[in-house]
Design a protein around this ligand. Sequence first.
Ligand code: HEC
Length: 153
Amino acid sequence: MKRSLIALLSLAGLVAALPATAQFRKAEDAIEYRQSAFTLISNHFGRVAAMAQGKVPFDAKLAAENAAIVNTLASLPFSAFGEGTDKGKATRAKAEIWQEMPKFRAAADKMIGEVAKLDSAAKTGNLEQIKSAVGAVGQSCKACHDNFRAERK
Ligand code: HEC
């Protein structure tokens, strides 16, 4: 029982944490990586969102291309929240991330799931479907930021 629990825990937690330490030599590198990944996600999501909000003309091909890029990128930042990456460079990541890792992971998975739905919606070229998927993605970003991202200093 104890042994299998440990196995489970290491599957859920350790395996998720290990790649971060393996990938990044310094905390600074991890922080830079996740901020860069979020910047790219935000940029490409923003292009689809602008169409959904009627700020720029709807172009089905562009929407599909950008949604696919967001879908590819969506999980990347979350490989860079390993232990010890709470400092080392200016970061807005709150300490709660490491105190409540399962909750943080769930918020990440929620966003990744909504982004996959946006990708599917964008492939149909149906603007109404894209609009509702954009709304759900936006909410999933905000939900995590509200809990785990500090205000700009
Ligand atoms: C599970 C939590 C979580 C989700 C989901 C999430 N973010 Fe973030 N985001 C963060 C945290 C934490 C930071 C701060 C990272 C840091 O400064 O080290 C951040 C930072 C950012 C930044 C600033 C990057 C920089 O250069 O400092 C942008 C832009 C951003 N997120 C956009 C998004 C968008 C767009 C989505 C949804 C598609 C999203 N985020 C989803 C947690 C999340």
